[in-house]
Design a protein around this ligand. Structure first.
Ligand code: RP5
Length: 172
């Protein structure tokens, strides 16, 4: 999809994270938020990570979403090199423990990092939309409509459940 000036930078430690992180891109596309998707490794390309984070503000990015697994230094180190809000997505695979989550959530005082649940790339994008919506009424309205639809869908689901009863609902 052709993009105008990206407002959100989606970065990840490896292309093996792309299956998870693409959920953030899909959600931003749903809201029409211009974004870029990059592989920037804290461990394998620390210089590129530093330059990316240091230049992000001047390039016009407003939010960075950073996903990484394992030792997961990318989100925290990116946050330490920029004044932009950074949202961490800890990547969790079946053979992993919870190390990526703990690497992100335990930031020292002074460097803020908004840590999502493991593999929470969709919610990371929603938080980015909320942040951008503070200065964009059209986007804020789109987001409010999304929330209303979500609300109404749950009400409709419950109504159907009450009408059918749980056994029939489950068997259909
Ligand atoms: C992390 O190591 C990446 O974010 C990825 O989640 C994990 C494994 O990377 P690969 O060996 O698959 O490239 O830095």
């Amino acid at each position: 999809m052709p993009q105008s000036q990206p407002l959100v930078g989606i970065i990840m430690g490896s292309d093996s994270d792309l299956d998870v992180m693409s959920e953030a891109a899909k959600t931003l596309e749903q809201f029409g938020v211009p974004h870029e998707v990059r592989v920037v490794s804290a461990h394998r390309t620390p210089d590129a990570m530093t330059i990316y984070a240091q230049e992000a503000y001047a390039r016009g990015l407003k939010v960075i979403i950073a996903g990484a697994g394992g030792s997961a230094h990318l989100p925290g180190m990116t946050a330490s090199e920029t004044i932009l809000p950074v949202i961490a997505v800890p990547i969790k695979r079946d053979h992993h423990g919870h190390e990526a989550f703990w690497s992100s959530i335990k930031m020292p005082p002074g460097i803020a990092l908004a840590t999502m649940p493991e593999n929470g790339a969709h919610n990371a994008a929603l938080l980015a939309v909320e942040i951008l919506g503070l200065n964009d009424e059209v986007l804020a309205q789109k987001y409010a409509e999304f929330r209303k639809k979500q609300h109404d869908d749950v009400i409709a689901t419950d109504q159907k459940l009450q009408e059918k009863g749980w056994q029939k609902y489950l068997n259909e």
